[in-house]
Design a protein around this ligand. Structure first.
Ligand SMILES: [Zn+2]
Length: 204
């Protein structure tokens, strides 16, 4: 894993789960929007180690040649994120939201990134083949929806929390032993709360 400082231009990775980090790269959560444009998406995917630098470079080249494909990939990523935020915030309590998220996860998983084929070769032999059906943009959302699928399978939603700072929209998976984590990040929201308590004591 790259160090946090090397992980990119201001994206926060405090969610403890890939799908929650994706939800947090949202303007509502403050900080840069991973889906502001296609380049932001590539930067986020690279910072999150979903794609390696080679693939990211390929995506950038391809986006120049095929802007419509890049725009479609960006639209798709927005649609996925729009389904994942409600799952993070209310999915533990709301079965309808879980149902919508499952439909969205299956929509992404159902689009195969390639085709399996049986081929008859020129010499008369048969071979299995895998033909990538997509392009540089294919399958980008699969690791994200798989991360959300894992949260459902492993029953993690009851421990997915929103930061206790009402101004902060970040969500995280609480990995603390006692399940008492309150802040998205001790160095920002947690510290602010500590300083506020300190000031309150000073006044009292
Ligand atoms: Zn926070």
């Amino acid at each position: 894993m790259p160090s946090p400082a090397a992980r990119g231009p201001g994206f926060a990775f405090v969610g403890e789960r890939l799908w929650l980090d994706f939800v947090n790269a949202d303007p509502a959560a403050g900080g840069p929007d991973a889906l502001e444009d296609f380049e932001s998406l590539v930067r986020w995917l690279e910072a999150a180690a979903v794609v390696d630098p080679d693939r990211a470079a390929g995506m950038r080249r391809r986006a120049q040649q095929q802007p419509a494909g890049a725009a479609a990939a960006l639209g798709d990523a927005r649609r996925v994120r729009d389904a994942l935020r409600p799952l993070a915030e209310r999915g533990a309590r709301d079965g309808a939201i879980r149902g919508d998220a499952v439909a969205e996860i299956n929509r992404v998983l159902g689009r195969s990134a390639g085709t399996r084929r049986l081929e008859l070769r020129g010499d008369g032999t048969f071979a299995r083949a895998f033909v990538p059906g997509g392009d540089a943009f294919a399958g980008l959302m699969i690791p994200l929806v798989e991360s959300a699928a894992d949260a459902l399978i492993l029953h993690e939603l009851p421990r997915v929390r929103r930061c206790a700072d009402a101004r902060c929209h970040r969500v995280f998976y609480d990995v603390s032993k006692n399940g008492g984590r309150r802040w998205c990040d001790m160095s920002t929201c947690g510290n602010r709360a500590k300083a506020a308590r300190h000031r309150a004591r000073g006044r009292g």
